[in-house]
Design a protein around this ligand. Structure first.
Ligand code: SF4
Length: 316
């Protein structure tokens, strides 16, 4: 039986945050945090963003001795690929992304055999090894733009099928071959139309914004579909005061803090990524204190995976 750890008190959160800020200063470290992190971590990060924003931030870091990544493992790998001279740490090596694990080099190789003329575009939610087998990467922010700019009739695309649906809707003339056939994020799969319509019934003036990892029926009902960074911008600019949000809870917490004049409703209260939540204030403090756990990538993988990411950054 696993014993649930008691929640930290406000005093403990404050003490840990102060400790982390002091260690960050002492070690000349930069803390990057994803929008799906808990608010106390977002609050002390040097930069908070989505995958694309954090990849760009990692590339621009020049004078730090350490980058500490509060996110999942593939994101820390991306930071390492774009900033190979700097030591990159992830506070918990078990903070992996199950979506990233659904695609692999073997699946890509067999798709290439079937569709030899199609370039391979993989979502950044993949391991460095998988990226190294692709031609280029994309994020939920730029997926449609990247595929469009390739200007080809067919593309091998993976691993998120729902993001593929979103791309396909904007580019019906391009044929997407999915690797794997039905890759998905378990968090975004949890949203269902029935629950959303029930929230809408309670709040008839509310609009719905959704992430492209949500199922097609949710995307079709949404007033706006976009990456977390785009959802944030949309929510800021929206004139509506009530917004139902179909993505991970961390973004709803951030929106509620930033725009307190608006009401945000999480479209499903179980939409919590337990993998992202494996990063805690305690293991973040330990990461800085003991400089653990260093992200390393074999050189051959580094070269090709970096090429795939840089190609995306050039096209986006
Ligand atoms: S929310 Fe989904 S895609 Fe994002 S890290 Fe969690 S499992 Fe992976």
């Amino acid at each position: 039986m696993t014993v649930k750890k008691p929640k930290l008190t406000l005093e403990e959160i404050k003490a840990l945050s102060d400790e982390i800020l002091a260690l960050k200063e002492e070690k000349n470290a930069v803390l990057l945090a994803h929008y799906y992190q808990i608010m106390p971590i977002q609050g002390i990060a040097d930069r908070v963003g989505d995958s694309l924003g954090l990849a760009k931030a990692a590339k621009e870091i020049k004078k730090a001795d350490l980058i500490v990544f509060a996110g999942v493992y593939f994101m820390a790998e991306t930071a390492k690929l774009l900033n190979p001279e700097t030591k990159v740490l992830i506070p918990n090596v078990k903070a992996s992304c199950p979506l990233a694990d659904q695609c692999n080099p073997e699946l890509i190789d067999s798709a290439r055999e079937k569709y030899p003329d199609a370039p391979v575009v993989v979502y950044v939610n993949t391991t460095a090894e998988t990226k190294a087998h692709a031609d280029l990467t994309c994020t939920s922010s730029n997926a449609a733009k990247i595929v469009e700019r390739l200007d080809v009739p067919e593309v091998i695309f993976g691993p998120d099928r729902n993001l593929g649906f979103y791309v396909q809707k904007q580019l019906p003339e391009v044929k997407l071959h999915f690797v794997p056939p039905n890759g998905h994020c378990y968090v975004h799969k949890r949203f269902d139309l029935e629950t959303i319509l029930a929230i809408k019934k309670e709040h008839p003036g509310a609009i719905l914004i959704a992430h492209p990892e949500c199922n097609p029926d949710i995307q079709e009902h949404a007033d706006f579909v976009g990456s977390t960074a785009k959802m944030l911008r949309f929510a800021e600019e929206a004139t509506e005061k009530e917004i139902i949000v179909a993505t991970e809870k961390g973004l709803v917490d951030r929106l509620s803090e930033l725009y307190s004049d608006k009401q945000f409703y999480l479209a499903k209260n179980t939409a919590i990524c337990r993998n992202m939540k494996r990063i805690t204030l305690e293991n973040l403090r330990d990461a800085l204190l003991y400089e653990q756990y260093e992200v390393t990538i074999p050189e051959a993988v580094q070269i090709n995976a970096k090429k795939a990411i840089l190609r995306m950054l050039e096209l986006s």
